[in-house]
Design a protein around this ligand. Structure first.
Ligand SMILES: [Zn+2]
Length: 177
């Protein structure tokens, strides 16, 4: 067992400890040296060394879970299997399940070996980006130009919906139904 006394000649700090085993003494001495390594040096250097030591960890193991990266709680409407992950908060997001509106006059998909066709669709989903911005995603999901889409703000989505509603009303306005 060891009795240890530490004293820093620069800052005047003192510390004593009794009944240390070798491991405890070694750990204590190492921490003491680390704590006082910059004593007696300039304020600027001490400040800088503290910032270097505080440097944050930049590595996140997310396992495809956006809530590990995004500093906003996962919304209850989000589908964890549809998270978009990125190192930039502005390009990772939570996404809702897709509401697909079939558009049956656009070319979808046929299969030689199956007795099946799949209609083209407008896929719509809600998004919440890592910077807190809410958006509505729209993808034109058709065979010839697959996966062409945009994200709109909720207000823009409402305006698009109103425009589509008005266009439908206009198109049928002079046709006998
Ligand atoms: Zn010191």
């Amino acid at each position: 067992m060891t009795t240890a006394t530490f004293k820093c000649e620069h800052c005047g700090d003192e510390m004593g400890a009794v009944n240390l085993d070798d491991g405890e003494y070694y750990d204590l001495a190492e921490k003491w040296d680390e704590d006082h390594a910059h004593c007696g040096k300039s304020v600027e250097l001490t400040t800088w060394q503290a910032l270097v030591k505080e440097g944050t960890s930049r590595r996140i193991v997310h396992g495809y879970d956006a809530s590990k990266v995004i500093p906003i709680p996962r919304p209850s409407w989000s589908d964890p299997d549809r998270d978009i992950l990125s190192s930039a908060l502005t390009s990772c997001c939570y996404r809702s399940p897709i509401a697909a509106v079939a558009v049956t006059h656009a070319r979808g998909w046929e299969y030689d070996d199956q007795e099946t066709v799949v209609h083209a669709a407008i896929d719509v989903s809600a998004k919440l980006f890592g910077n807190g911005v809410a958006m509505v995603g729209m993808t034109i999901n058709k065979a010839k130009a697959p996966e062409t889409g945009v994200s709109a703000t909720p207000d823009e989505a409402r305006r698009i919906a109103r425009a589509m509603l008005a266009a439908a009303d206009l198109a049928e306005s002079e046709v006998a139904r």
